[in-house]
Design a protein around this ligand. Structure first.
Ligand SMILES: [Zn+2]
Ligand SMILES: [Zn+2]
Length: 126
């Protein structure tokens, strides 16, 4: 997936331009601290890392866990799936049934389990 079809590309550009303008105005100690904070904030937004989620295929129910994978080749050399280095993606391909779906408007990363749980969650992990 290239970043050129990122619908937020214009926003990232505007953010970078704003950060540059603010940077030029940062002369006092306080302003410099403010700038550093804005830098960190825009960095985090620009990276817009995929959100870890427990994903299940809506068609067949198989859990979808994202991870880099080698290419899948048949014995006679035809490549069924090219190698996958797990770049950020929004649409997920179910390995069980081939269903493709998008659980959110932002990039998500299918994980086996998320890191936290609520104390009132119906299903508790041990
Ligand atoms: Zn499926
Ligand atoms: Zn996926």
């Amino acid at each position: 997936m290239s970043t050129s079809n990122d619908p937020h590309a214009a926003h990232w550009g505007a953010l970078a331009a704003a950060a540059e303008t603010i940077g030029a105005l940062c002369t006092t100690e306080q302003a410099r601290e403010l700038c550093a904070a804005i830098d960190r904030l825009s960095d985090a937004i620009m990276r817009h890392e995929p959100i870890d989620m427990v994903l299940h295929c809506p068609a067949c129910g198989e859990q979808h866990v994202d991870a880099p994978e080698p290419s899948v080749e048949h014995d006679h050399g035809a490549v069924e799936f090219p190698a996958w280095d797990n770049p950020p993606h929004r649409s997920h391909l179910c390995h069980g049934c081939g269903h493709i779906w998008r659980p959110a408007d932002v990039a998500t990363n299918g994980v086996r389990e998320i890191k936290t749980q609520g104390k009132n969650d119906s299903v508790r992990r041990s």
